[in-house]
Every structure is written in structure tokens, then in C-alpha cells.
Design a protein around this ligand. Structure first.
Ligand SMILES: [Fe+2]
Length: 169
């Protein structure tokens, strides 16, 4: 297997329909803050994105490294799948690794605090939160049941590196 690093990643991702943004909080927030406080800190960007893209709901999800269901939660989207709506996530804190499989290429996108990623509907991908997951993310949804994983049944995700950042701590 050969791996290619592309340094103008945003342009390459835009070419395949993946949208990235960087947001800054209007006031400081930290993991453990209530969802309303987290949304308030990013209100202008959240409202803009909702207006631009027609999202019908927005929520905040948090996971800490000692979460009792972390293994099951990690396993859920580790295999190649797609959704029938865009998968749009803003990382308030922590990190996670999206791997996108498009046009015969595999693109790893490490999302960290301040990063918004929008993976277009139908694009095959997988998501690894790592063995000691730690993130707070704002999620955007169009349909209540749109963000269901449709698994392709391939083993491609198992042939690429997993996200092991948690083990370095
Ligand atoms: Fe997904």
C-alpha cells in the first residue's frame, strides 16, 4: 500500500466535495460546560451554517476517555459506511480522525478543536475516536433519521492506520 501526503489538503478536499472551516469561540468554553453554553459560544457560525444549509437540528455530543461505553462507541463507525445526508461536525474540544474514501483515494482528516468538517452525503468514510476518546462536538442534522450508517461491507478501513492518539498519554 502506498500513502501520499497532500499538503494543500483543503483544496483537495474541496475538489471532492468535503467542506472545512475553522471557527473561534466568542467566549471561552471547556468540556463539561452545558450544551447551551457551548452553542452560545459559536452562535454566529452555528446560525450562519443552519441558514446556509437548512439544517433542522443541532446538538452537542461529548465523550470522555473514561466513558464506560467507549469501546462500543468507537466501534460503531470504524468500518466503511456512508450516510444519506451530510455528516457535519464541529470540534469544540478534543479530536477524531475521519478517513474519506472517494474517487479511489483515501484521505485522512484529523479534526481538532476549532475544526468543522462536512462530509457530503453518499461519500464512503469511517470515523475513529481512538481508544481513549475525548471530544466535544456540535452536530448538524437535516432529517431525524438521515444520519444512519449504511455499511459497505468492505474491509478497507481495517487496512489503514487507526487513530491511536489516546495511547500516547
Ligand atoms: Fe459517518
Amino acid at each position: 500500500m502506498s500513502r501520499l501526503r497532500i499538503f494543500d489538503m483543503a483544496a483537495e478536499l474541496a475538489r471532492i466535495g468535503v467542506h472545512l472551516e475553522q471557527w473561534r469561540a466568542a467566549q471561552p468554553v471547556a468540556p463539561g460546560d452545558p450544551p447551551e453554553a457551548i452553542l452560545a459560544a459559536y452562535r454566529a457560525d452555528v446560525d450562519r451554517l443552519v441558514a446556509e444549509r437548512g439544517f433542522r437540528s443541532v446538538d452537542v455530543v461529548s465523550i470522555a476517555p473514561d466513558h464506560p461505553q467507549r469501546e462500543a462507541m468507537r466501534a460503531k463507525f470504524l468500518d466503511e459506511h456512508f450516510h444519506k445526508e451530510d455528516e457535519v461536525r464541529f470540534f469544540v474540544a478534543g479530536s477524531g480522525l475521519f478517513t474519506l474514501h472517494a474517487e479511489g483515494r483515501v484521505h485522512e482528516v484529523l479534526c481538532e478543536a476549532g475544526d468543522l468538517i462536512s462530509v457530503p452525503d453518499g461519500m464512503t468514510h469511517w470515523f475513529d475516536m481512538g481508544p481513549e476518546p475525548s471530544f466535544v462536538a456540535i452536530r448538524f442534522f437535516t432529517e431525524p433519521d438521515g444520519w444512519v450508517g449504511h455499511f459497505t461491507g468492505t474491509d478497507i478501513a481495517q487496512r489503514f492506520p487507526r487513530f491511536e492518539v489516546g495511547q500516547a498519554r
